[in-house]
Design a protein around this ligand. Structure first.
Ligand SMILES: Nc1ncnc2c1ncn2[C@@H]1O[C@H](COP(=O)(O)OP(=O)(O)OP(=O)(O)O)[C@@H](O)[C@H]1O
Ligand SMILES: [Mg+2]
Length: 214
């Protein structure tokens, strides 16, 4: 199997505080990997490094065999997309957010595609013109996730994206992500959700900044 990520002896430290310590990890292309571990153990930090939002203080990360610093950042963001733990919507309306992925690629806004994506997460076309101030936290999370997926990346990193959702909407997001994964999207999912952990097929655990092996 091809490796999409190879993490070699990666550490991250802020001042004297060692947040990640000597992480080694290979992630195969097409995998749906669940990342677990206690609060504050370093999960989001590791995901931010893989998404190239921050840089490791030592060690290296290869993406498709190449050091991630070698990629141009706009290009890398389109390949490795990070869905935030606490997403924010920008601009005035939901449309401002969903038009953004088209704008950065200099493409015309595809209203029909956006409506079909909204419907995938149990929302409808009336949301397009809603003010970002008038959508609930759970709706915001789902809209933010669509922003990541309108142009599917190679890797989607989801950082507790279902945390604010009820059972029904969680199931909707799970189904959508499973479908994308079946079509080849590699997914790294950080979660504390017990049902997600129980159903996970592949798991790693970060404990106190280290890979837990047991
Ligand atoms: N820039 C920073 N400066 C100082 N400390 C930091 C910095 N970034 C992260 N930390 C600390 O590193 C530790 C790991 O943070 P991280 O956000 O990766 O945890 P996490 O595993 O995602 O936790 P949670 O499950 O609560 O989201 C925490 O103790 C956090 O306070
Ligand atoms: Mg976190």
């Amino acid at each position: 199997m091809d490796k999409i990520f190879e993490v070699r002896d990666l550490s991250y430290q802020v001042g004297e505080t060692k947040i990640l310590k000597h992480i080694n990890l290979d992630i195969e292309k097409g995998k749906y990997l669940t990342v677990i571990g206690p609060s504050g153990s370093g999960k989001s930090t590791l995901m931010r490094i893989l998404a190239s939002m921050i840089s490791a203080t030592s060690g290296e990360v290869l993406f498709n065999g190449q050091a991630i610093e070698k990629f141009e950042s706009i290009e890398y963001r389109q390949k490795v997309s990070y869905a935030f733990q606490q997403p924010t919507l920008f601009g005035k309306t939901v449309k401002d957010n969903l038009a953004f992925p088209f704008e950065v690629r200099k493409k015309d806004f595809d209203q029909a595609q956006v409506i079909s994506y909204l419907e995938m997460v149990n929302l409808n076309e009336t949301y397009i013109d809603k003010s970002v101030n008038d959508v609930s936290g759970g709706e915001k999370q789902r809209i933010a996730l669509l922003r990541n997926l309108l142009f599917p990346p190679e890797v989607l990193i989801t950082d507790e994206v279902t945390a604010g959702l009820d059972t029904e909407n969680k199931a909707i997001v799970h189904k959508m992500l499973n479908e994308f994964n079946q079509r080849g999207l590699t997914i790294l999912r950080v979660t504390h959700d017990e049902s997600e952990i129980n159903e996970a097929t592949a798991k790693i655990e970060i404990r106190n900044g280290e890979m837990a092996h047991d």
